[in-house]
Design a protein around this ligand. Structure first.
Ligand code: GLP
Length: 252
């Protein structure tokens, strides 16, 4: 059931600012480990990008040190490029296996990923939409784009949006170009969870590091809510924790 059909009121955000990206990542990793220790069968919503890589490395280390077991954890990923096989190194599926799932011994039967190479993209988006609707996550980990996107919900994404096929913004194409491993160009389309899907999470943790994110963070936390900065729509959720390093927080 949609419990946020319209933007009613902004709520005070919980914000933690730490000196470095390393400390911010450690803080987020500890939150995730604590949650999984308390609830070993929890469901995690996971993001890709450069930002969570440190967090995932810490989760792998914690699993290998047997501080926590991810064997019973279910995961749901936010988004995926269209047109890429899951085995392609630039797919978000391959990223997740490389950065987290393999090293931290996740059960592959409990991992939910989008098939970006599905012949029928519309059917794949519908499959994932139904899956996401039936499985709200306990904790959604998010990064943020320099234009304020979350997942691939680019500026203009409605607060009521659900899983769908989207066109990536010119800014995202330029920024993500630097992250490619094999492709020459960033795919122009993606399947992403919507804003409403993200807001269905019980708890949301946004990790942002580096000065390049400062303006997006300023807009997200300014108190103004609007589709022009999708992350600002998170203010309607009552349990969002923003974890920032000094660079990302410099315009606060
Ligand atoms: C992407 C992803 C987002 C991510 C954002 C920021 O392309 N779809 O989920 O949060 O960009 O990425 P980064 O952490 O690399 O700055």
């Amino acid at each position: 059931m949609d419990h946020h059909p319209r933007i009613a009121s902004a709520r005070a955000a919980k914000i933690t600012i730490l000196p470095t990206a390393e400390e911010a990542s450690q803080f987020v990793a500890e939150r995730l480990v604590t949650l999984v220790q308390a609830n070993p069968t929890c469901r995690l919503g996971l993001a890709t990008g450069q930002t969570p890589r440190r967090v995932y490395a810490k989760l792998v280390a914690a699993a290998q040190d047997e501080k926590v077991s991810f064997a019973k954890v279910e995961t749901i990923n936010l988004d995926e490029y269209c047109g890429l096989e899951q085995s392609h190194p630039d797919s978000f599926a391959a990223y997740m296996h490389r950065e987290l799932f393999s090293g931290a011994s996740f059960d592959t039967s409990k991992i939910n990923l989008i098939d970006g190479a599905a012949k029928d993209e519309t059917a794949e988006a519908a499959r994932y939409a139904a899956l996401v609707r039936s499985r709200p996550v306990d904790l959604q980990l998010l990064g943020i784009g320099t234009n304020g996107h979350i997942g691939f919900n680019e500026p203009g994404s409605p607060v009521t949006s659900r899983v769908r096929i989207v066109e990536l913004s010119p800014e995202t194409l330029v920024v993500n170009q630097q992250t490619l491993l094999q492709l020459d160009r960033v795919p122009t389309r993606a399947i992403t969870m919507g804003i409403a899907d993200i807001i269905d999470a019980r708890e949301i943790v946004v990790l942002a590091t580096g000065a390049a994110k400062a303006e997006a963070i300023r807009k997200s936390l300014s108190g103004q809510l609007g589709e022009a900065c999708p992350a600002s729509l998170l203010q309607i959720h009552g349990n969002v924790h923003w974890v920032l390093d000094k660079g990302a927080a410099q315009l606060q």
